[in-house]
Every structure is written in C-alpha cells, then in structure tokens.
Design a protein around this ligand. Structure first.
Ligand SMILES: C[C@@]1(CC(=O)O)c2cc3[nH]c(cc4nc(cc5[nH]c(cc(n2)[C@H]1CCC(=O)O)[C@@](C)(CC(=O)O)[C@@H]5CCC(=O)O)C(CC(=O)O)=C4CCC(=O)O)c(CCC(=O)O)c3CC(=O)O
Ligand SMILES: NC(=O)C1=CN([C@@H]2O[C@H](COP(=O)(O)OP(=O)(O)OC[C@H]3O[C@@H](n4cnc5c(N)ncnc54)[C@H](O)[C@@H]3O)[C@@H](O)[C@H]2O)C=CC1
Length: 233
C-alpha cells in the first residue's frame, strides 16, 4: 500500500470553504484559522454547534464569513480549498465531484474516497507541528499514538525552535547570501550548534546570548558549549 505526501500546506491569505457547522466542521475551522487562512462557513444557523457559533462570533480579525443557508454550487467560486462536514453523504459526494472537476483540493469528512487529502491527529507547540496519519485506516489509533508522542517530546521544544529561529535570522543578517560557501558554512554551524546543545538550553537563549553566540562562536568559526557560554557571562 502506498502512503501520503505529508507536507506543511501554507494557507495564509487563502480562502477555505467549510460546508457544515457541527463538531467536525468546528475542528476544521480551528485548524484553518490557526494556519492563517480565511474561512467561509456555509450552514443553516440551527445546525451550528456551540464551538462553531463562538468561532463565528469572535470572527478572528475578519477572517470568518458565515452564510446562514444550505450549500449552493456558486459557493465554490474563487475558493482555494473545500472541506465538507455535513450529515448528507450524497451532497458531500456531489461537492467532492464538483471540486475535482474544478481542481479545487477537497476533504469530504464522511467519504475518504472523495478526499484529495486527509486530516491527521495533530500536536502544536508554537512553531512545532506534528501530524500522525494512519492513511485512513484508524483515526482513533492516530489519536492514541499522537498522545503518546505528545508525552515524549520535551516541553521546551516549541520555545527552543522559536529561539533557534531567531538566531538563524540574525546569522543570515550577519552573513547574508544564498548558496555557495556562505550557505555551506552557515548550515554546518547551525547543525553543530543544534546537535551539541540540549533542547532545554536552546530554549533559554535570550537576545543577548544570541548576539554573544554569534560574536564568540560564528565569528571565530566554533560552537561554544553551553558551559563555556555560561562561564563567560
Ligand atoms: C480518512 C479521514 C478523513 C478526514 O477526516 O480527513 C477520516 C475519516 C473518518 N473518520 C471517521 C470516524 C472517526 N474519526 C475520528 C477522529 C478523527 N478523524 C481524523 C481524521 C480522519 N478521519 C481522516 C483519516 C485519519 C488517519 O489517516 O488516521 C482525525 C485524526 C483528525 C481530524 O478529524 O481532525 C480525528 C482525531 C483527532 C485527534 O486526535 O484529536 C474518530 C475518533 C473519535 O471520534 O473519538 C472516529 C470514530 C472512531 C474511528 O473510526 O476510529 C469516519 C466514520 C467511520 C464510520 O462511519 O465508521 C470516517 C469516514 C470513513 O472512514 O469512512
Ligand atoms: N472525518 C472525521 O474525522 C469524522 C467524520 N464524521 C462524519 O462527518 C460528518 C459531519 O459530522 P458532525 O460534524 O458530527 O455532524 P453534525 O450532524 O454535528 O453536523 C452536520 C452539519 O451539517 C450542516 N448541514 C447539513 N446539510 C447542509 C447543507 N445542505 N448545506 C450546508 N450545511 C449543511 C448542519 O447544519 C450541521 O451543521 C458526518 O457525516 C459524520 O459521519 C464523523 C466523525 C469524524
């Protein structure tokens, strides 16, 4: 059996249509908003659950539009992605078929064979995202395995990634250029730093220490140990 292509799809400023406003829809809407996308929700208001209702009410900086009615085919106009989560499998499949004809990526919650992509069980810790997929075989096991992974990753991982991200930006400002020797040198230094320091210690890097690492490490072509950095503080 072949698997899926797991990629980090960028939704910022894209338009996502969500058909339905129940429990499954509300989880989809939260994922789209967390990824910076705009959402249009189409569902009769008497079918909204509390979670979807509050997502509509808070509006997330005008990124949520609500249409209080059933789906019409013009809802597909101009959208970049479609997610259906309705209790009407025939209509779900029709929407899936129309999206395919129009080459709009689509997820049909109640029929995997109409999906261009599946959701997975997700962990988010700041910029860190982990998704578990069972390729449609067992969503509940995906959930259970995700919880086990969640227990095993360091609590500081998200913060460490944030800090190292900042260090990488500063390094690129100091030593700009794409490709060639400068890229090779930057990448080797980053690899050495990330492998020799503990995640917990990377999470504690403040702005001053980042500058110090660059002054005393990068500029001299070495990676100081955490202990050496602490000694010279
Ligand atoms: C194919 C896929 C399409 C898609 O939704 O994208 C799909 C399809 C279907 N799910 C169904 C049922 C359940 N789904 C869940 C839960 C989740 N389902 C999710 C994803 C996916 N579900 C995609 C594949 C995921 C993968 O590859 O592993 C998760 C991971 C992510 C999310 O939804 O955001 C989320 C956990 C989130 C978390 O961990 O927090 C539970 C558990 C529960 O409710 O407690 C049950 C009941 C128990 C069970 O069946 O396991 C049915 C009805 C089956 C029937 O009628 O019997 C279908 C349709 C079908 O299979 O035909
Ligand atoms: N993929 C997954 O992870 C899962 C999928 N499902 C399936 O997903 C579907 C949705 O599940 P829930 O959110 O629990 O259902 P629900 O019954 O809570 O919500 C259905 C929603 O669809 C809306 N709706 C119905 N007809 C509509 C139309 N013509 N146009 C616009 N909106 C319409 C209703 O107003 C309501 O908001 C079900 O078919 C269920 O079997 C269920 C659990 C997990």
């Amino acid at each position: 059996m072949s698997g899926s292509l797991l990629i980090a799809w960028q939704l910022k400023d894209k338009h996502v249509l969500v058909v339905g406003g129940g429990e499954v829809a509300s989880s989809r809407i939260q994922h789209v908003l967390a990824a910076g996308g705009n959402v249009t929700i189409v569902s009769p208001s008497n079918g909204l659950n509390n979670q979807t209702r509050s997502l509509i009410d808070c509006g997330s900086e005008n990124r949520v539009i609500f249409r209080d009615r059933t789906f019409v085919s013009t809802d597909l106009d101009g959208v970049d992605m479609v997610l259906t989560a309705i209790d009407d499998v025939e209509l779900s499949r029709d929407i899936g078929t129309s999206c395919r004809a129009r080459r709009i990526p689509v997820n049909v919650a109640d029929d995997p064979s109409y999906c261009d992509f599946y959701f997975g069980s997700q962990i988010q810790q700041g910029p860190l995202q982990i998704m578990v997929s069972t390729n449609g075989k067992s969503p509940k096991l995906a959930n259970i395995i995700r919880r086990r992974i969640e227990e095993s990753i360091p609590k500081t991982a998200g913060e460490a990634i944030e800090r190292v991200g900042l260090l990488r930006e500063r390094l690129k400002e100091r030593a700009p250029g794409v490709g060639g020797d400068i890229s090779k040198k930057r990448m080797k230094w980053m690899v050495d730093l990330c492998t020799s320091w503990e995640i917990d210690d990377l999470a504690l890097l403040d702005d001053k220490q980042i500058e110090k690492l660059l002054d005393e490490g990068w500029e001299r072509n070495l990676v100081p140990s955490r202990e050496n950095m602490a000694e010279s503080d």
